[in-house]
Design a protein around this ligand. Structure first.
Ligand code: GDG
Length: 738
């Protein structure tokens, strides 16, 4: 059975007008190149234009689906203006390209962006089945992965960003920065053109969301892992190869050669966009022309495809470009020729190939560009002429095309000199530079790109966390024990287990969901609940003092048994003299690491680095671990680098020890321990036939069962209670504790 690929991009590869016209961009070729034996492709996107009439929408949908495998997402004119022209192209596009001063923002655009992303997600969810691969494209749809994940947690979702991902310092300017990256993190696989963009994305996620990550993996709070990968997009190589062998191409090339006879041709092709460095290029051309003796010997051809003409900055760019070209042509024209030929239109594909192949120099100098396919297409078409590619260092393509003449587009003088030098490179040298680049461009083409992305996506572990043991088994054990009125002990860690983690630990007071769950458990006399935490007894007393439940504080150093009000110290015989020595060291780290602080508890000293720069904080934590390790070799302590903390604790105190002590005083038929942190592992070591251990979260653990997050644990407990006494729940309805 072929796997279904659901490809989701802002635009469908078809346009609906009087007739339906198919477009043939790189993405179409890339996906059509996937084998039909292995994959069945469905394409979701906007068909262009506003089709408002419901009957016409149905008709268009029917034709597109049946004849083209395309499922249209219809948008109104207002939605296109708010989502596409506004939020996507006037807000996100400039920022993703480091042009924060071009970024505009209107809160109404954000509403449109969310609505349209949700419409795309809903449309996909109407069709998607488990086992399908969903591939979402580009900056217009950054929220879609998380929207899909929320409703189908097991779906394999990929996201590819076709633009650069800028440095954190730039991306942080966006008013919706957190929402946007959280949306992308719904994907299992997030693809970028270069490793630089991966690095920036990771750094942004670490700093804005405070998540843990390795170089190419990020673990989200909801338990799934997003893998980041480098997938440099390629050109439609087969289409170019075919064109170069066609008689029309040969004819058009001959015509161009005749028309430009006696001149060296320098070609630029691009959408008219301020990222493409057009005005800076004109500066360089002016400097070049100033120095040129024979002005009839050169022709610059600019193919500038109209783009985003509704957006103000693009209108201004066009006006400025036209004025500058007019001035340059006025100043440097001779009686027989003018230096710049400016085509403000799209040329047909054969003409484009003929132009690429005729040009002595391809001048591709964007100020920044995700990849830039024009550079690769120019090389592909230089099969026998070996023209020179002048390429901006700031195009993603520069990583692969390192034999090109690489330039800094902001340095007009250097670009002008590179152009003079390029025109003088001997043929042998040009051939030697181009051949390896051409081999690469033709081999690692768009189809290769799509295949590698899809194969990697197919190989990722599906969204949900793999369970150690089926949680239904634990649920059954628990509900059986509840319904038989057996004596059950629940030892529940608090932060990250019973309740979601907060950035500020003081803000993590019990939510109504937690309190409602405790209230439900409280109604069963046979169930003893103990909250077991690393927090101080004062913290626990303040939040749970009024509840008749057991409390264990400071990882097992103090306990307040259910039914009593008094706290008992379990660590009376333990010495804490070692604290004096290390307190000073931790203070030094506090001083030298902005945002970090030292917390002193009865049984431990903790250095917190949650609020520091994540990379600096983690590095300092490693240094501190090393220093403490050598200082404290002979002391009865444990040193631990936990979640954004370095902690030194008395060796004899542990949660596991405290649980054992309570169990030795009162026997139970079933004991359940749940925790999310390393300190909880000492509870999971307890061995007993009637023992259920649950890890909350997706880190490695010795627990027998695993649940995704605190909400899943709360639901698990409520479900077990309701299975044991359905009547009580029928009466009250299922409580909203999750
Ligand atoms: C975005 C990213 C990334 C151009 N003029 C004509 C014409 N074209 C075709 C070219 C090329 C395509 O348009 C332009 O692609 P680029 O990659 O250069 O740039 P963007 O449009 O900005 O694309 C970019 C890309 O997505 C893919 O991920 O590389 O960085 O910004 O294929 O051939 N085609 C025809 N006539 C023209 O006049 N027929």
């Amino acid at each position: 059975m072929p796997t279904t690929i659901i490809n989701v991009s802002n635009r469908l590869p078809v346009t609906v007008g009087e007739q339906i016209t198919k477009s043939s961009g790189g993405l179409v070729a890339a996906l059509e190149g996937l084998s039909a034996d292995d994959y069945n492709l469905k394409w979701f996107g906007w068909p262009g234009g506003a089709i408002v009439d419901a009957a016409r929408q149905r008709k268009v949908q029917e034709i597109l689906t049946e004849d083209h495998g395309c499922i249209p997402v219809f948008l109104s004119d207002d939605e296109v203006a708010g989502h596409y022209e506004g939020f996507s192209n006037s807000s996100l596009w400039p920022l993703l390209h480091y042009m924060a001063n071009y970024m505009r923002y209107d809160p109404a655009w954000w509403d449109y962006y969310q609505t349209v992303n949700q419409r795309f997600a809903d449309k996909v969810l109407q069709t998607a089945k488990p086992g399908d691969l969903v591939w979402v494209h580009d900056y217009q749809l950054m929220l879609v992965p998380a929207m899909l994940r929320e409703r189908m947690p097991d779906l394999k979702i990929g996201f590819f960003l076709h633009t650069p991902f800028p440095s954190f310092e730039i991306f942080r300017c966006h008013p919706k920065r957190r929402e946007l990256i959280a949306g992308m993190l719904g994907a299992n696989l997030i693809g970028f053109h270069t490793f630089g963009y991966v690095r920036h994305f990771r750094s942004t996620v670490l700093r804005l969301l405070g998540l843990e990550s390795e170089i190419t993996r990020i673990r989200s709070y909801d338990g799934h892992t997003s893998v980041m990968g480098v997938f440099p997009i390629g050109i439609n190589a087969a289409k170019f190869a075919e064109a170069l062998d066609s008689p029309e191409f040969t004819k058009r090339r001959l015509e161009l050669e005749t028309s430009y006879a006696g001149k060296r041709v320098v070609l630029s092709v691009e959408r008219m966009d301020y990222t493409k460095g057009i005005l800076h290029r004109l500066d360089a051309i002016e400097r070049f022309l100033e120095e040129l003796e024979d002005r009839d010997s050169i022709k610059f051809v600019f193919v500038s495809v109209p783009s985003r003409e509704e957006v103000e900055e693009y209108k201004e760019l066009r006006a400025e470009m036209e004025a500058r070209i007019g001035r340059i042509n006025g100043q440097y024209s001779t009686l027989s020729s003018s230096p710049i030929r400016f085509i403000h239109a799209s040329v047909n594909f054969t003409d484009l190939c003929a132009l690429y192949s005729t040009a002595d120099v391809g001048m591709v100098t964007p100020l920044i560009d995700g990849m830039n396919l024009v550079a690769k297409e120019y090389i592909a078409c230089q099969r026998d002429r070996h023209g020179v590619l002048i390429l901006s260092e700031f195009a993603g393509a520069a990583e692969e095309l390192s034999n090109a003449t690489l330039v800094n587009p902001y340095d007009a003088q250097a670009v002008a000199e590179s152009l003079t030098a390029a025109l003088a490179i001997p043929e042998e040298e040009r051939r030697a530079c181009n051949e390896p680049m051409r081999d690469r461009v033709m081999k690692y083409d768009a189809q290769h790109w799509a295949r590698t992305f899809i194969e990697q996506l197919a190989g990722t572990v599906a969204g949900t966390v793999t369970m150690f043991d089926r949680p239904e088994k634990a649920a059954q054990l628990l509900s059986d024990a509840f319904s038989d009125s057996k004596r059950v002990a629940l030892f529940l860690d608090y932060d990250g287990t019973l309740r979601e983690i907060e950035r500020d630990p003081r803000a993590a007071k019990p939510t109504p969901e937690v309190l409602q769950l405790l209230h439900l458990l409280d109604q069963h006399e046979n169930i003893d609940v103990t909250i077991i935490s690393g927090r101080t007894s004062a913290d626990l007393e303040a939040w749970f003092g009024e509840h008749d439940i057991g409390l264990i504080a400071e990882h097992g150093a103090a306990a307040r048994r259910a039914g009593t009000r008094a706290w008992e110290q379990l660590d009376r015989n333990i010495s804490y003299r070692w604290k004096d020595e290390i307190r000073d060291v931790l203070r030094l780290y506090e001083q030298s690491t902005p945002g970090s602080f030292v917390e002193e508890k009865r049984t431990s000293l903790v250095w917190h680095h949650r609020k520091t720069d994540p990379e600096f904080g983690t590095w300092k934590a490693h240094e501190l671990m090393h220093e403490l390790g050598t200082m404290l070799v002979n002391e009865p302590v444990k040193i631990r680098h936990g979640r954004k903390i370095v902690e030194v604790t008395a060796e004899q105190v542990s949660k596991g020890g405290a649980v054992r002590r309570l169990l030795s005083q009162k026997p139970y038929d079933l004991v359940l321990c749940a925790g999310d942190d390393q300190t909880d592992e000492s509870m999971f070591e307890i061995e007993s036939p009637s023992f259920v251990s649950i890890k909350v979260g997706n880190e490695p653990s010795r627990a027998a069962y695993r649940l995704r997050d605190p909400a899943a644990l709360r639901k698990f407990l409520v479900d077990a209670l309701s299975a044991a006494s359905p009547a009580a729940f029928e009466h009250e309805g299922t409580p909203a504790v999750a």
